[in-house]
Design a protein around this ligand. Structure first.
Ligand SMILES: [Zn+2]
Length: 196
């Protein structure tokens, strides 16, 4: 399998090349091109540690290597936010195409048994998955959505007591996401980024 040099170097540093490392790298590169650079773009990612490892390599904002791991569940797998323009890019993986099939996953418990045929079958499956992630159109294995958001500047006196969307109380700021006013917690983005 021919792997792009940058990914190969990343894999060497990470000791191994996994589908998750390839996924983080490919989608990080996609976002890099989409935003025309990641210097002003914050990154958050859920899931496998290798996805974050790959993204850290490309992250520049607020400092080199900064990738947020969310404290709770999110509606996306990777989120990018250009903090100057308020443009977010949300990525949701199509799990069926970005993870091993259940049959191959089932082989993992048998890898230590020393059956070379099983090891080969498993390795072929991993290689095929990585190859797809590296070469296929990312739109075939990931859903992308672009979101516009901004923090609403309001005097404390004018701020509503509750979030108009989720009715949460004691909100200290509001954000506008795709023309809906919400609190940071229900905005579907990364709440800690949405500071006033
Ligand atoms: Zn809310």
């Amino acid at each position: 399998m021919l792997v792009p040099l940058e990914l190969a170097m990343l894999a060497r540093k990470n000791i191994h090349l996994s589908p998750e490392l390839a996924l983080g790298w490919r989608l990080g590169r996609y976002a890099h091109d989409w935003f025309d650079g990641l210097d002003q773009v914050r990154i958050a990612a859920c899931g496998h540690e290798d996805i974050l490892t790959a993204l850290r390599r490309l992250a520049r904002c607020p400092e080199q290597g900064s990738v947020t791991r969310p404290a709770g569940p999110r509606s996306w797998d990777i989120l990018f936010l250009h903090h100057l323009t308020g443009t977010a890019l949300k990525m949701v993986f199509l799990k069926r195409l970005t993870t091993l099939s259940p049959a191959l996953k089932g082989l993992e418990g048998k890898l230590d048994d020393g059956d070379p045929e099983i090891v080969l079958m498993y390795q072929d499956g991993i290689n095929e998955l990585i190859s797809t992630i590296v070469t296929a159109d990312p739109a075939s294995f990931c859903q992308f959505s672009e979101i516009r958001c901004r923090v609403v500047q309001l005097d404390a006196a004018k701020r509503p007591v509750r979030c108009p969307e989720c009715l949460a109380q004691d909100i200290d700021r509001l954000v506008e996401v795709e023309n809906h006013i919400r609190c940071p917690s229900c905005a579907g983005l990364e709440p800690e980024w949405l500071a006033a």
